[in-house]
Design a binder for this molecule. Structure first.
Ligand code: MG
Length: 468
């Protein structure tokens, strides 16, 4: 049997769900657009002209000579004494990025902008038919040329999901146009290297090699269960679906730097919000985002961990780090209070000295906001109290023990308060209106603590961009 034959081509008509637009040699092309005298010549964009710095971008003419991002200025001069070196201007590039997005919009709405030189369009209805999708891609290229400039070229990838569209945009440069048809998957990916997969960095590649997977054919020969075991997490399942061209509902998920085992977010609060109420508001907001993302990615969580860091003032730090004076009297009870506990004072990257607290709770797997909020409330009430715990400045919330929702055991009692239905309604409204139209504060049973009164009316849930 051909292990790469598509199993469900009948169920997957040849349609493209996403276009990924990637500008070629973006910074260098902008410089060539602004300066016609640089066109057709090797050019590098550099942060400074010192010999020890490196190129942050290279034109196609420079790339042909072997000069690329990361090449040292001294080496560039040796390879090509005539190379044009330009001091980069981020402001200019950002302006061009906006102009390009506007030009793309003339051909197709832009759904996501993952970086300064990438835009993603989601295709709907008949746009998904390959000939029409191809025409849209050609229109995008023409629109950029006509409205922004002739030196700005892009490679466009068309695929059934966003992950594959990104891969396709990387397969032909410059001025590429590649479509990955569902009926040709995963065969059309056999030539790639593992490192060509977004999310597979050096660390993940080492893990794969350690487990005996060194080539794409080996990876693609695995079934979903094999992929799950390989990653020992739902990342394997997700990658399996992506690589086989399925639309899994997590098409818009941000591509991770490295495949992760939990789903979570954290937030550093501004000085004005460093209060217990402010921290609760942040935790509440993080929970809504995480819960919505679980449902989008068709996952259920079986654990939640909360981390809170509390800012300490000078006096508190001194007290905590002073050598302990032991009470040597026989039978002396351990004194209450944090000052006598051996404590580790840590320093946040922002310079804030802090103490931390965290807790993980396990529960029957679920994905509905109301159940998750109840768990959060229970964890919250376990926080330490006292003067050292009054200035929280960091809140992190992560969902763990993730499983695919299809593996969720059906409960004996069928969703008595309609929690799942309620959550789905919430997601639909949030997606439609781009912010939390409905929130749960008013639906929760009255609690004595103040936190539930804090309502978030502006939770930015632009599915698929960046959740923080
Ligand atoms: Mg690019």
């Amino acid at each position: 049997m051909d292990p790469f034959a598509t199993s469900s081509s009948a169920a997957q008509p040849d349609r493209f769900g996403f276009l990924h637009v990637d500008l070629n040699s973006f910074f260098a092309s902008v410089e060539q657009q602004l300066h016609p005298e640089y066109r057709g010549k090797p050019l590098a964009v550099v942060p400074s002209f010192a010999d020890t710095t490196v190129a942050i971008a290279a034109s196609y003419e420079a790339k042909a000579l072997g000069i690329k991002t990361g090449t040292r200025v001294a080496d560039m001069k040796r390879i090509c004494p005539d190379i044009i070196m330009v001091h980069g201007s981020h402001t200019t590039y950002a302006e061009y990025s906006h102009k390009i997005a506007a030009a793309v919009e003339l051909a197709c709405p832009v759904a996501h902008t993952p970086s300064i030189d990438e835009m993603v369009c989601q295709l709907i209805g008949r746009e998904q038919e390959p000939p029409r999708a191809r025409q849209i891609a050609l229109n995008i290229k023409q629109s950029i040329r006509d409205n922004v400039g002739e030196t700005l070229r892009c490679s466009i990838g068309m695929a059934p999901n966003r992950y594959l569209a990104k891969i396709a945009s990387d397969m032909q440069k410059p001025d590429g146009l590649i479509g990955l048809l569902p009926s040709q998957l995963p065969r059309s990916l056999l030539q790639l290297e593992l490192r060509d997969l977004p999310g597979v960095g050096a660390r993940t590649e080492a893990m794969l090699i350690g487990k005996g997977i060194t080539t794409m054919p080996q990876l693609l020969a695995l079934d979903r269960e094999g992929m799950h075991k390989l990653w020992n997490s739902v990342w394997g399942d997700r990658l399996y679906h992506w690589l086989h061209g399925h639309s899994t509902g997590d098409d818009g998920a941000p591509l991770p730097n490295e495949m992760q085992k939990s789903l979570g977010h954290s937030h550093v609060m501004g000085p004005a919000h460093r209060t217990p109420e402010g921290a609760w508001a942040v935790a509440h907001k993080l929970l809504h985002k995480a819960a919505m993302r679980l449902r989008m990615e068709k996952l259920c969580a079986g654990s939640m961990s909360l981390t809170i860091r509390y800012q300490l003032n000078r006096e508190q730090v001194d007290r905590a780090t002073m050598p302990e004076v032991a009470d040597a009297r026989p039978g002396a009870a351990a004194k209450k209070g944090n000052a006598d506990k051996p404590r580790k004072i840590r320093q946040h990257t922002s310079g804030i000295k802090h103490d931390g607290w965290g807790m993980e709770a396990r529960f029957p797997t679920c994905q509905d906001t109301l159940s998750l909020l109840e768990t959060l409330g229970k964890i919250w009430s376990q926080q330490p109290t006292g003067p050292d715990y009054e200035t929280p400045f960091f809140v992190g919330l992560a969902m763990g023990r993730l499983i695919n929702e299809s593996e969720q055991q059906p409960t004996l009692f069928a969703d008595p308060d309609n929690r799942n239905e309620l959550s789905r309604t919430l997601d639909k409204l949030n997606l439609k209106y781009g912010h939390t139209t409905l929130h749960f504060a008013g639906m929760l049973p009255a609690r004595d603590s103040a936190p539930t009164r804090i309502a978030f009316t502006q939770i930015p849930v632009q599915y698929g961009v960046d959740y923080m």
